[in-house]
Ligand binder design. Structure first.
Ligand SMILES: [Zn+2]
Length: 147
């Protein structure tokens, strides 16, 4: 077990689930206050040091959520976006690649790819990932691949 302060500093006081800042001085009883999410290790993976992550109290997966939920940015033009946390869980377990979204243009797909890699560098820092944009059927597929 790490202290809240250790986990918070390691995660740069940013919530691993919603990607928003967490105020280290907020009350731990407030919904936006800091908490340690110890359910951060995806199912099936061995518990590792560092599986504890900083989350807002209200976002913390221990508070009843079945699995972590990571939202796609509303700024992106993505069609049928895959659930991010479940995709990361599968890629961690099995490797390989998955189509995670379809986009109307290559520029949209490349923007979504940049956003996703940046987001995942904080959500799943231990997982090495790359993205690929593939044209198909008049649209562009965003592919996420485990390295
Ligand atoms: Zn949060």
């Amino acid at each position: 077990m790490s202290t809240l302060h250790e986990v918070g500093s390691r995660d740069a006081w940013r919530c691993w689930l919603c990607d928003e800042p967490v105020d280290p001085d907020a009350s731990v009883n407030a919904g936006r206050g800091p908490s340690v999410d110890s359910g951060a290790s995806p199912k099936g993976r061995k518990a590792v040091a560092g599986a504890e992550r900083l989350a807002h109290r209200a976002c913390n997966t221990r508070k009843g959520a079945v699995r972590p939920f990571v939202a796609w940015s509303p700024q992106l033009f993505v069609v049928d976006p895959a659930p991010i946390a479940a995709t990361v869980e599968r890629l961690t377990r099995k490797g390989g690649r998955e189509v995670v979204a379809r986009c109307p243009s290559r520029a949209d797909a490349e923007e979504a790819a940049r956003w996703l890699l940046d987001r995942l560098s904080r959500f799943a820092p231990e997982l090495a990932l790359t993205t690929q944009v593939e044209a198909g059927g008049g649209q562009f597929l965003l592919v996420l691949r485990a390295l």
